[in-house]
Write a protein that binds this ligand. Structure first.
Ligand code: 13P
Length: 287
């Protein structure tokens, strides 16, 4: 059931668990995530980066595919279709295409400009029934061409953006997109605690969910994180399973070259990763 992310995140914040945002790249990804959420009775957010949207031939195609798949698979759990790290123009494109939720990433603008643009988009999104995520303090690393330095957010700036009426707030707390380097200092829980104290009931978003140790995830949830984004980990799981299939020569046995067979191990690997994350985030049975 396609909905915006507002209610599911309010429930998560009140219930001390987090809803997973899993980024999609194609039909296999979308189907694997939707089926897993349904099987586990968990709310879920499908994240679409601007790069992935372009790869799938545009946000209209993505919205049409997700809407049709949600109906044809009989998905009854709440599903939000969410733009990930959206530009100002990208937000308007997704609103027009029928997404149910957007993220405006204005973290690279001076705070006044971030506030002004976020404020405008909050009004537009809410008028049309979409939820909206904003970002303060950039997430480190690179995702689909969006590069961040990874500085920790200023709790007062977080409060200023939260007060604009956004539905969820991403704040940099030392998290990084992609694999974490060996010498990673870990999440800054002092920063997260200060942000949560300033922003109160606002659901906080933890980007860069791949590779964060389980104990840190649990502590982040305790300190007010209600949405956790995972992208790279599903990609790695898909890659490893596909590699194993080909290295075992299975693509050369019988009709093992059939794309439906070739992509099946990767599909199952995504499902297993999503399940593992939903267990860790505590969203199972919360639909
Ligand atoms: P990872 O690729 O590190 O899991 O990060 C995903 C993310 O934050 C999407 O915005």
């Amino acid at each position: 059931m396609l909905v915006n992310a507002s209610e599911m995140l309010k429930k998560a914040k009140a219930g001390h668990y987090a809803v997973g945002q899993f980024n999609i790249n194609n039909l296999e990804w979308t189907k694997a995530i939707l089926l897993t959420a349904q099987e586990l009775n968990s709310p879920v957010i499908l994240g679409v980066s601007e790069g992935a949207g372009k790869y799938m031939t545009g946000f209209e195609t993505v919205a049409a595919m997700v809407k049709a798949m949600d109906e044809s698979l009989g998905i009854t759990v709440p599903v939000a279709l969410h733009l990930d790290h959206g530009s100002y123009d990208g937000c308007y494109k997704c609103i027009k295409a029928g997404f149910t939720s957007i993220m405006f990433d204005g973290s690279h603008y001076p705070i006044e400009e971030n506030v002004a643009k976020t404020s405008e988009l909050v009004a537009v999104a809410h008028q049309l029934g979409l939820s909206i995520e904003a970002e303060v303090g950039s997430i480190g690393g690179e995702e689909d061409g969006v590069v961040g330095a990874g500085e920790c957010a200023d709790p007062d700036e977080c409060k200023a953006v939260a007060d604009l009426g956004v539905d969820m707030l991403a704040a940099g707390i030392g998290n990084i997109h992609g694999k974490y380097p060996e010498n990673w200092a870990g999440l800054s829980f002092d920063t997260l605690d200060a942000i949560q104290q300033k922003t109160g009931v606002m659901p906080l978003v933890l980007h860069g969910g791949t590779g964060i140790p389980a104990e840190m995830i649990k502590k982040a949830i305790d300190l007010g994180v209600s949405k956790i984004n995972v992208n790279t980990e599903c990609q790695l799981a898909f890659q490893e399973a596909t590699r194993a299939y080909i290295e075992a020569g299975k693509d050369q046995q019988g009709k093992g070259f059939d794309p439906r067979k070739l992509l099946a191990p990767g599909f199952e690997a995504i499902k297993a990763t999503v399940k593992e994350k939903m267990e860790l985030f505590g969203s199972i049975g919360k639909a």
